[in-house]
Design a protein around this ligand. Structure first.
Ligand code: DC
Length: 218
């Protein structure tokens, strides 16, 4: 068994930024599980499957193969052999991933892939149900959160930096909706594991969060 660090938390809490830096400092492999859900979401979008149509999503899972590879230490997501990494981070794909991740067939599809990555190597894995469901025996569990306002402002700044038009209030609205979906779904909802350390990054710098997490790790 590898050394396993689990980071869960809501959208926009900074999980991937933080996990990448901890991985670098500690020499772990960073596993982004949201990217796997996003990879499957691209499959559903390509097939024109609606997220509300649970049977169609379940059927579409059968001809999707999501695999992971690392190029220069950066995680790449392949969907049926095609590298889809550059298409993962749009709002459309994120919303499709959030909606379809509530469907059991979607979660089952990715469960073994996630567990197998953690079995043989030292990983820091981020997602929604890593500490509660995927790696219940993880060596360190972190629940990373921040206020809706902070998360919305971070996302707003990120989009503005890319030169995209956006509206702070509608971003906050989307974040609230996604939180509600991720936290209230029946299967593997987002929640803090009993043995997870709670970190609220609203008033912390990135380096402070990284240092705090590193202090819990071997
Ligand atoms: O972390 P992210 O925004 O890339 O994740 C996209 C969606 O995937 C998120 O809204 C919920 C889902 N997800 C999940 O259900 N379980 C995970 N372990 C990771 C992501």
């Amino acid at each position: 068994m590898g050394y396993n660090v689990a980071i869960d938390g809501p959208a926009g809490a900074g999980k991937s930024t933080i996990a990448k830096l901890v991985a670098k400092e500690k020499g772990y492999i960073y596993v982004d599980t949201g990217a796997m859900y996003r990879g499957l979401a691209i499959h559903f979008l390509k097939k024109g499957v609606r997220a509300e149509d649970k049977d169609a999503v379940t059927a579409a899972c059968k001809d999707a193969e999501v695999t992971i590879a690392y190029e220069n230490g950066v995680q790449q997501v392949y969907l049926n052999g095609e590298n889809v990494t550059s298409m993962l981070r749009t709002e459309e794909v994120g919303n499709m991933a959030s909606r379809t991740s509530a469907i059991p067939a979607v979660r089952e599809k990715l469960l073994e892939l996630q567990r197998s990555l953690a079995r043989t190597q030292d990983v820091i894995m981020d997602g929604r149900d890593i500490g509660t469901n995927i790696l219940p025996n993880a060596d360190v569990k972190i629940y990373l959160t921040a206020s809706v306002e902070t998360r919305a402002k971070r996302r707003y700044d990120e989009l503005r930096e890319k030169g995209e038009m956006c509206d702070l209030e509608s971003i906050a609205h989307d974040i609230r909706e996604r939180d509600a979906r991720d936290m209230t779904r029946e299967i593997a909802p987002l929640k803090q594991a009993e043995d997870a350390v709670l970190l609220d990054s609203s008033d912390m710098t990135v380096q402070e969060v990284v240092d705090t997490i590193c202090s819990y790790c071997k």
